[in-house]
Design a protein around this ligand. Structure first.
Ligand code: PEP
Ligand code: MN
Length: 333
């Protein structure tokens, strides 16, 4: 149950009530709000006089549910670009899988500026499937991203691999990416609940939508309202493609959750040849953003080489997305 307290209720009183109800207590839309287990179906009469509104939820998808808040949340990024809500924006996020050198990330940043793309992505801490492959540049990579943000006014999104370096990620990024393999990392989820920085939460490739959105609830119930859901492909019986992009899941998220949605066709298919078509299909779903991997020279990329577009391919894709977005009442930002 979500209990929105009257705006006259003080923080101290809200905390008292939260303790009594064994609830989370967050400040949302100008009032203190309590979130209890969804198994609670009736308001304790002693809460009535201090309650503005309460919402009974069917399950533990609560703060993310459209039953509680009908409108998709609006998330404003530091360079003024917003997504979700009534913005009509489909934000394009482009960049290499990993930061590999200053020259490489600067070329990527310049491509984003050339195309008017607002947000640069790249990993510095990579959660690789083998310990013997490139693990990312770590803090040096983060500093290069921060330099690109300063120099080119781009938003930067980068992944937190584990909770040991989360403070660095919060300091140097504009959007914190929680990767598919870290979706369940409670150290990360709980710390992300204590910042106001936007968080892009990727769906684990073997998880249900319920499990995925409940992970978002860990961040939301901690007090951070700025969560973006990202579908990036599931592990299925299919082996010809790297993963299977769950567009049905995206439709479900659009219908039932109030969180902006970003789709990642690059990690889903795993091969550059299919990324432009898939990206256009994703865009046609009217989602809030796309995350695409692009590298100055994909053949020599240190991670995810097969799926990264080259700069010309990305230019052509970005151009073609404008008309697709327009056809569904959106605008590429
Ligand atoms: C990435 O974005 O480079 C990445 C590692 O993605 P995922 O967590 O979806 O595998
Ligand atoms: Mn990658």
């Amino acid at each position: 149950m979500i209990i929105e307290l009257k705006s006259s209720v003080s923080e101290a009183r809200a905390q008292e009530l939260a303790q009594q109800a064994k609830a989370f207590c967050i400040h949302y839309d100008g009032r203190w709000t309590l979130i209890t287990s969804s198994s609670l179906k009736a308001l304790d009469p002693s809460f009535e006089s201090e309650t503005e509104r309460f919402t009974v939820l069917a399950d533990d998808i609560q703060l993310a549910s459209r039953v509680w808040k009908k409108e998709t949340r609006t998330i404003t990024l530091p360079n003024g670009i917003a997504l979700g809500g009534s913005t009509g924006n489909t934000i394009l996020i482009g960049g290499p899988c990993s930061v590999e050198s200053e020259e490489q990330i600067e070329q990527s940043a310049q491509l984003m500026v050339e195309l008017g793309v607002s947000t640069l992505r790249a990993g510095a801490y990579k959660p690789r499937t083998s310990p013997y492959t490139f693990q990312g540049m770590g803090l040096d990579g983060l500093k290069l991203l921060a330099k690109m943000r300063e120099k080119y006014g781009l938003n930067v999104i980068t992944e937190v691999r584990d909770a040991t370096h989360i403070e660095e990620i919060i300091e140097h990024s504009d959007i914190i990416q929680i990767g598919a393999k870290s979706m369940y990392d409670h150290g990360i989820l709980k710390r992300c609940g204590k910042t106001q920085k936007p968080v892009l939460l990727k769906r684990g490739f073997g998880t249900t939508l319920q499990e995925f959105v409940q992970c978002a609830e860990f961040i939301l119930s901690g007090g951070n309202p700025n969560v973006i859901l990202c579908e990036r492909g599931l592990r299925t019986f299919e082996t010809k493609t790297r993963f299977t992009l769950d567009l049905c899941g995206a439709a479900w998220m659009k219908e039932y959750t109030n969180l902006p949605i970003i789709l990642d066709p690059s990690h889903a298919i795993g091969y550059a040849y299919g990324v432009p078509d898939l990206a256009r299909a994703c865009c046609a779903m009217g989602v809030d953003g796309l995350l695409i991997e692009v590298h100055p020279n994909p053949k020599v990329a240190k991670s995810d080489a097969s799926q990264q577009l080259n700069h010309d391919e990305f230019r052509a894709l970005a151009g073609s997305l404008k008309a697709v977005a327009q056809a569904v009442g959106k605008r590429i930002a």
